[in-house]
Design a protein around this ligand. Structure first.
Ligand code: C5P
Length: 406
């Protein structure tokens, strides 16, 4: 009865139906943002742990192989979702793939750009976490909110109020404080590291261990921790630009309408991602020939691959049902979780006052952004048909509070 009423209201396009639809979208949006916050924290901590434990065993897994595996897993999962969506009839699934991916080649080709950028970014993520501690990485990576806002403005025509921009400036201030603190911390630890053979990841981390800095050659590759820190920060900066652009580009594609199916878009993205990930793997060919594709793999490495793949799918859901800037806020929550777990579980140094101030500013600026009222013509994606913050319900959603985010 109630369901019927809702259906009728929705069919009539009445306020009841709109509210019902809004609630539905709101719940998918909220859930995806919460899951993303938890996934990001788990991913960062597990990745860091995977490097720490493999460094202890003196055998490193090859970063590009892990990225390739997670791309393959993501594509497999997306194909599985499509199969479920088409009623588990293989012929229908193949027909849909042929029609939407092969025949619709130009639409598919559009995904080559974010696919290439994401593969580079995913490799940089491993490099960054090999050279920075988890909390510094997380906070610095928040700069992607700024790059995302700029790309949202340029590509989507999303208008931000001065309060939004102010909160973004605060965000940068907070990030800078954390960086300065981290830089000083690394300098101070250089001497300790020399005598105790400890790495820039903290006292439980023997040495950085990415492909760019395998333990036996670490001193040749990075004679001091400052170089290692700079490399990590550089990797994060490039990732911020890539993340902002690719995210907004993908958001536009899934909201614009010619092919709004998230599953199909993920399959299109996955096909190109695998091609680029294979190219990245080929650059490690000599190491793979020597030690094998799965050298250095532990259970934790497989966990990282799994969570990375799962995270990619969650990210795509947040882009479709929320937006990229809100996604940034959700991941900022994971900073708090990461810092606490890093300190309490991994035994990292307790956060210094400056670090705490910087992190507080970062988090406060995200709250400020969430509470700031939207610009009158805000959140309009040119040509968008999809309800989200950019929906016909934007008048109501404009009044959103932080409860939208969490
Ligand atoms: O840090 P950022 O939020 O930009 O990371 C996005 C992540 O989500 C990347 O690892 C990217 O590969 C993944 N992604 C995905 N599928 C999408 C969009 C993003 O797997 N449709």
């Amino acid at each position: 009865m109630i369901g019927q009423e809702k259906k009728t209201a929705w069919n009539n396009g009445g306020p009841e139906g709109k509210r019902w639809l809004q609630q539905r979208i709101f719940s998918i949006k909220t859930l995806s943002l919460v899951v993303l916050a938890v996934q990001t924290s788990t991913m960062v901590l597990l990745l860091r742990y995977s490097r720490t434990s493999s460094a202890e065993n003196h055998q490193q897994y090859i970063i590009t192989t892990a990225v390739l595996l997670s791309e393959i897993l993501k594509l497999t999962l997306s194909l599985g979702f499509l199969h479920i969506e088409t009623g588990k009839v293989a012929k229908v699934t193949f027909d849909r793939l042929y029609r939407d991916v092969v025949l619709n080649f130009w639409e598919t080709l559009k995904l080559a750009i974010p696919a290439c950028l994401y593969v580079v970014q995913n490799n940089l993520l491993f490099i960054a976490l090999s050279n920075l501690d988890a909390a510094t990485y997380q906070v610095t990576y928040q700069l992607k909110i700024l790059t995302t806002a700029i790309f949202s403005w340029v590509i989507l025509g999303k208008r931000l109020t001065p309060l939004h921009w102010l909160s973004l400036c605060f965000l940068m201030l907070g990030v800078s404080l954390v960086q300065v603190e981290s830089s000083t911390w690394n300098d101070n630890n250089s001497s300790i590291k020399a005598s105790e053979a400890k790495g820039p990841l903290g006292d439980s981390d023997p040495l950085p261990d990415s492909e760019d800095a395998p333990p036996p050659d670490v001193n040749e590759a990075h004679p001091n921790t400052e170089v290692s820190w700079l490399l990590g920060i550089f990797a994060v900066f490039v990732s911020c630009i890539s993340s902002g652009f690719s995210g907004v580009y993908f958001e536009r594609l899934v909201k614009k309408g010619t092919q709004p199916s998230l599953v199909i878009r993920n399959i299109q993205l996955g096909l190109f991602s695998i091609v680029f990930a294979v190219i990245a793997v080929s650059s490690d060919w000599s190491s793979i020939k020597e030690g094998g594709f799965f050298q250095g793999y532990t259970l934790t490495t497989w966990g990282v691959v799994l969570i990375q793949a799962f995270g990619g799918l969650i990210v795509s859901v947040t882009m479709k049902y929320a937006d990229n800037i809100l996604k940034g806020f959700a991941t900022s929550l994971s900073i708090v979780m990461c810092t606490l777990v890093s300190w309490l579980v991994f035994g990292d140094a307790a956060p210094s006052t400056q670090f705490i101030i910087g992190t507080t500013i970062v988090i406060s600026s995200t709250v400020l952004y969430g509470f700031a009222p939207q610009a009158t013509a805000a959140s309009q994606i040119r040509g968008s048909h999809v309800p989200s913050t950019d929906s016909p319900h934007k008048v109501q959603l404009r009044k959103r509070s932080m409860s939208d985010i969490v």
